[in-house]
Design a protein. Structure first.
Length: 98
């Protein structure tokens, strides 16, 4: 999933993620989310300015790592890893059944 979840509220995002549950096999299936992950502290200006832009134009948001984890857990899934690179503004979030 690339740049999908960040366009939606938590409720809609949770609904999107829960629609994938029947297709997942525990211990085998993964969901890969390629999206923006704003650091909980010391977020760089380009990410925070994008968050303001999304909020004003779409009513959407860029989520912090804590917010991503909370959202994913509320959809009955678990985060198994978040990978970021200092030269890129997006991260890879790996998700699976708990």
């Amino acid at each position: 999933m690339h740049n999908i979840i960040h366009d939606w509220s938590d409720d809609k995002s949770r609904h999107i993620l829960r629609q994938l549950l029947p297709a997942l096999e525990k211990g085998y299936s993964k969901i890969l989310i390629n999206d923006y992950v704003v650091p909980d502290k010391g977020a760089p200006y380009p990410l925070t300015s994008l968050d303001w832009e999304l909020m004003s134009c779409l009513g959407a948001t860029e989520r912090t790592e804590s917010q991503w984890r909370s959202l994913i857990e509320s959809a009955d899934l678990k985060v198994t890893g978040i990978w970021s690179h200092p030269q890129f503004d997006q991260s890879l979030i790996e998700v699976e059944l708990p």
